[in-house]
Ligand binder design. Sequence first.
Ligand code: NG6
Ligand code: CA
Length: 507
Amino acid sequence: MRRKLLPFLFFFLAAVAFAAPDRPSRPPNIVLIYGDDIGYGDFGCYGATAVKTPNVDRLAGEGIRFTNAYCSSATCTPSRYSLLTGEYPFRQKGTNVLPGDAALIIEPGRATLPSLLKHAGYKTGIVGKWHLGLGADKVDWNGEIKPGPLEVGFDYSFIMAATMDRVPCVYIENHRVVGLDPKDPIQVSYKKPFPGELTGPDVKDRSTLKMDRSHNHNDAIINGIGRIGFMTGGKAALWKDEEMADVFTRQALDFIGREKDKPFFLYLATSDIHKPHVPHPRFVGKTPMGPRGDTIVEFDACVGAVLKKLDELHLAENTIVIISSDNGPVLDDGYKDGSNEKVGDHKPAGPLRGGKYSRFEGGTRMPFLVRWPARVKPGVSDAIVSQVDLPASLAILAGQKPDPKTMPDSQNVLPALLGESKTGREEVVLHAQDGGLALRSGNWKYISPGKMREGLGPWKFSVIPEPGLLFDLSSDPGETKDLAAANPEKIRELADKLKTISNNPQQ
Ligand code: NG6
Ligand code: CA
């Protein structure tokens, strides 16, 4: 009997030995740190000097810094939808910025980045901003809040429902609001105020507010700040804005600590640096840029805490850490927080034109860093990649075979992400909810006719006429010279290509 087994044993050992150099014994952990409204120029490693980001810069130095990486859309919900589903947001209705009481927009059961990784044996967790809707219809905030992250692939969830500037201003752990007193039930409405609850128009002396609004954000007043939407009840469960970054960081570190013995995927979607900017007091005044700059420092501290935890647990070597953001930067997005007055020479979108809400490059070209000491050599990559590619690429890395039918726009750009290829995708579709689509193809950039806004808030609105705008990003990264008139064939070719891709999924 023993003799018979020996040849098998030999084969088995040989196979293991052959496989070893390419296959670490355990698949890498993946930590995706997803910032909010952080622009291409907001980190030191992308040229910022007025704000210091030593932890992000350390990660950049130890990994690959991408210069042509995109989110799918110039706002949050559509970018996050793509990041998790591998589908461009414009293919589905209802993927634009959601109110805090919206229903879940990802169909439970469909393949997602976390569900594929879970299938591959990963423990999957989300901590931070969700903003993809909760519940099937009307949510009862006092009962089981589902479907949500746990129904689309996450094993653990500690989230805020929408944004810092929208109600409900509470944390939700798995299916329940954290710290809710059942005697003080929560109700949420995006239509009408609740009798007896303070709202913006009630506040005549605006100096009594922690931060006044510049536009909108005048519904419920929570913690002295006007929000979008109304809520009542849940007083004991309300978040404290200045503690939010610490609360999410703590949850992230706890998740890593709990799951350290298995491969894990952590999607850490930070509250920073979305409005309202309310950094913890220890970060106040850390930059000359006011609260917007100080929340960048707070974001950097969160990155530092995650890296330290990975070091302490000896996990850094075989953990992929990715840092990016969901859309471009904005200065005045509804609060009088001094962002415009104090920005000085800092360029939130670096050399790029436009920011949040824009189809110019500043709206969707993102800081994007990938570190994996066990496999990735440090460097800078000009490969074009999109966050919509992460589901397919990371699932393939984990040994899964994503079905192109269910993740139609997610390309396998793993070789580019790992620095093993200089090229990623050939073209990428970019979206802005009040403008339509744009196409980057090689170094050409085509922006279709439609609405456009200029600036980082307040904005100047105008309309891009036929046949659209055309730029050569290799010589003109700031999109200053429209080449449409001089290149009628090129613009027609790109307009056709954009139409083809938007009508038909690519794979
Ligand atoms: C907009 C809000 C803005 C911000 C944004 C979502 C107004 C006028 N503007 O509708 O303040 O909340 O939605 O930001 O209300 S995002 O980063 O989540 O996409
Ligand atoms: Ca955002």
